[in-house]
Design a protein around this ligand. Structure first.
Ligand code: GDP
Length: 460
């Protein structure tokens, strides 16, 4: 923590930041939509607040949705902040203090499909970062013979199913519990879990019918209140700390940052330090932007300007010189500190992201710092050396660097979830550099290893 003057302290509890991850098509987007949609249909104005990149659901709404599972008087955390972009790419962007990611995660698993490659990857990231999570065992409504029961806890709903449906679902759920156990996590149906730090709670849900969503919210809220309250205590009046979710070109504003602020306050006009591709960027906040409610996509005014934003929140920052900012990089308000001290802090945090490069090896490009780190770890395990690793789309310069590798098997660019700039494609055509792209880390590495094997076979 910063050593700000204690007279300026105003400790308060912030909203826990929740990220949703899991395999493609397992229902991450539907689940988020259902949470937002059911919150709004609870009626009251202020049921949710739409931020840049996130949705805030206040405690009152959570408790309206969760019924008897969340009694407002038992809680002093202000609610839950859901990161809107699901998937572990955006999740692994969320590096905050101490390398922790979001405060808590929902791992969505399709009950019919069980663990899949991206489930495995998500679990590995959760494990490595020690992020607490719960499992949403989704699509229970697709169980043959399922009889939807709205408006009560999922445990009751399960009791009302036919023997056959219940047996079928139980089989899938126990299989899931077994798969979690293979990964080193002990888990159980959430209503049987006594200590959520020791056991992962499994919540059967349907993002389609909404069954189990109240339970999911109840478990998230309860878990946060019980185990994470200390971490939620922040100095709201202190300088803002955040993480870049995305760097986006915005008409009229140039390069802007979508940021999740997890501590303190940021004001328009503040001097900030942001992690950049080459060196920390020092700039001044020109505008803080929030999405305009009901803004038409094509209208000019898509954003409202605000004077200040307090954690936890999502906000768009417009400022000069943000072109080189990286998704996953820290954002720090300088406040009354020495700017060099803050630059140092940002450098130290970036140095924490360990990517070992060598004199000879492949070129790696990834969409965020978190995914770059995950790629580097996976390549290290596969004993593939790295010549250069960077965040960003594939540019001509990357092709030039890759072509300097000595070994043919290293004249390679591995692109994780990035685009190839058109002038880089021209360069690729002119050289013998091979490009591999995927959005599943281990598939990308598999493809590369297959290529190396083939090349070696051809040489024999
Ligand atoms: P994502 O790729 O993980 O974000 O998955 P989506 O939310 O896009 O869902 C993939 C597909 O599964 C869509 O066709 C959804 O309508 C469907 N789906 C998601 N959740 C459920 C559910 O609980 N029940 C049923 N029957 N279908 C679902």
């Amino acid at each position: 923590m910063s050593d700000t003057d204690s007279t300026s302290q105003s400790d308060t509890l912030r909203t826990p930041i929740v990220a949703v991850l899991g395999h493609v098509d397992h229902g991450k987007t539907s689940l988020l939509d259902k949470v937002r949609g059911s919150a709004v249909s609870e009626g009251e104005a202020g049921a949710i607040t739409q931020h840049i990149g996130a949705t805030a659901v206040p405690l009152e709404t959570v408790s309206q949705m969760a019924g008897s599972l969340v009694k407002p008087e038992d809680f002093d955390l202000p609610g839950l902040l859901f990161i809107d972009t699901p998937g572990h790419h955006s999740f692994s962007t969320l590096r905050s203090r101490g390398g922790a990611l979001a405060d808590i995660a929902i791992l969505v698993v399709d009950v019919n499909d069980g663990f899949q490659p991206q489930t495995e990857e998500a679990i590995d990231i959760l494990k490595r970062t020690g992020t607490p999570f719960i499992v949403a065992a989704n699509k229970v409504d697709t169980t043959p013979g399922w009889n939807p029961q709205q408006g009560e806890p999922i445990q009751k709903s399960l009791e009302k199913q036919s023997k056959r449906a219940k047996a079928k679902l139980d089989e899938s759920l126990y299989e899931l519990i077994g798969q979690l156990s293979d990964k080193g996590f002990s888990s159980d149906f959430y209503w049987r879990v006594q200590n959520f730090q020791k056991n992962i709670g499994v919540v059967p849900v349907s993002a389609m019918t909404g069954e189990g969503i109240p339970d999911l919210l109840g478990v998230l809220m309860g878990l946060s209140q019980r185990y994470m309250k200390d971490e939620m205590a922040i100095d709201v009046a202190g300088p803002g700390y955040g993480t870049v979710l995305e760097v986006k070109e915005e008409r009229g504003f140039g390069a802007t940052l979508d940021v999740v602020l997890y501590d303190g306050t940021i004001h328009a006009g503040d001097t900030i330090v942001v992690g950049g591709a080459n060196k920390p960027i020092v700039t001044e906040v020109r505008a803080l932007l929030q999405p305009r409610p009901n803004a038409e996509i094509r209208t000019e005014k898509r954003f409202d300007k605000v004077d200040e934003v307090r954690a936890a929140a999502g906000v768009k920052i417009a400022a000069p010189d943000l072109e080189d900012a990286m998704a996953g990089a820290p954002v720090r308000v300088v406040g009354d500190r020495d700017v060099d001290e803050v630059i140092h802090e940002v450098e130290a945090e970036l140095a924490d992201i360990e990517v070992t490069t060598e004199e000879e090896g492949v070129v790696v490009k990834a969409d965020t710092l978190g995914s770059l780190e995950a790629m580097a770890n996976a390549l290290q395990e596969a004993e593939v050396p790295i010549l250069r690793a960077e965040v960003g789309d594939i540019a001509p310069r990357d092709v030039a660097v890759a072509s300097t590798a000595r070994e043919p098997e290293h004249k390679v660019i591995l692109g994780f979830n990035v685009d190839v700039l058109s002038n880089a494609e021209d360069e690729l055509d002119k050289t013998d550099v091979k490009l591999f792209e995927d959005d599943v880390i281990y598939q990308l590495i598999d493809e590369y290893e297959e290529f190396v094997d083939e090349m070696k076979r051809a040489q024999q």
